[in-house]
Design a binder for this molecule. Sequence first.
Ligand SMILES: Cc1ncc(COP(=O)(O)O)c(C=O)c1O
Length: 408
Amino acid sequence: MNTQKYQRESLESTSRAAVNPSTGQEPGMSPGKVRWPLDLGLPDATTFPRSEFLELTEHTLAEAEPSLFYGGPGRAGIARGHAGLRAALAERIGAAPSSASGIDGIMLTSGAAHAIELVWRALLRDGDVFVVEAPTWGASIRIGRALGAEPLAIPMDRDGMRVDVLERRLGELKAAGRRCKLVYVIADYNTPTGWSLSLSRRRQLLRLAVEYDFLVIEDRVYAELRYDGPQLPPMSTLEGGDRLITVGSFSKTLAPGLRCGWLSASPDLVDVVAAPREDLGSSQLTARILEHFVRSGRYDEHLSRVTRMYRSKRDTVVASLREHCGDTVRFDVPHGGMFVWIELAGHVKGDLVMHHSAQEGVLCRPGDSFFGDGGNYQQWFRMAFTMVSEPELVRGVRVLGEAIQRST
Ligand SMILES: Cc1ncc(COP(=O)(O)O)c(C=O)c1O
């Protein structure tokens, strides 16, 4: 039996069972109980541009030629996905040196999760070391572990991954005759913290990538959801960008159900990641609709609409937390993304808060799931504020505040 494959399949089904994305339900909760799914980092469904997609679908089908139905041209074309969307994305990625490689430097995937899984599968082997931020998106750790690779978690502060700590750990690995293969960073608005990697640390990280011979995987799924604060340059615009694989997606800005993401890197590197791909590519129809949506400028208009809405939700959730939770919680106001990372006061029992609030229908994501080291992070939890309406956010936070009062 192929144990690695079996382990990965069971891992994925475990993570799927952890929560039902459409209802926000966790296993063991009775149906209909979840009223405030504040555990889910998802867009507000009311923002989805239905009528525009209807019009673009009709238009796309009307002009359909064989490659819409068969993909291509050729195996490389099938694996990399629809050239029109790749070209539109290459233009959006813009002045980045790596975009000089044009559409051959972009591969479409079924969401960013798929891009990450393909990169991990192409690059990681049993016993390899890969670096993640602590805390980070848990699936990145699980996918690597399923391949037999060993995650090395580097702590974060408000300026992102502690690159000085990373440098020390890389030196230790080298002294032990080992090497880190890749470093995964959510450089803009990390989940769960909302913190971003500072410009100087972006530069330092790329410098270390050359010195210690590893690749940097920059996950930009939240990067375009910026509400205020500094706009940091994508790492692909910095020196050393040839050591970089950038991952992006329409899941957080439009809808995860589209399952359309991409990775961008030098064409040679994209070839390496595409080589083991056996899934025959991603949806041509979706890619063509999105190509028109991006090229017509409607994606940018949509982005301004959603960021305006989410900025207002961010302000509402922050005001509600201050009003209903007071000094029982501590958090930074996020400048972008979907989350508030909340620390409970020492006298509050985090496990009881999760229990009491879930019983009342408020779900948040406990801190433990972002570390993957078996440690106890129950004084921390992540609250997502983009999916539910503002009045429901206020109600949900009030119920959470009451649960906190009962959890001392
Ligand atoms: C940091 C991060 N990367 C990737 C993903 C997966 O995105 P997609 O839906 O595009 O696969 C998520 C989803 O929660 C995420 O939080």
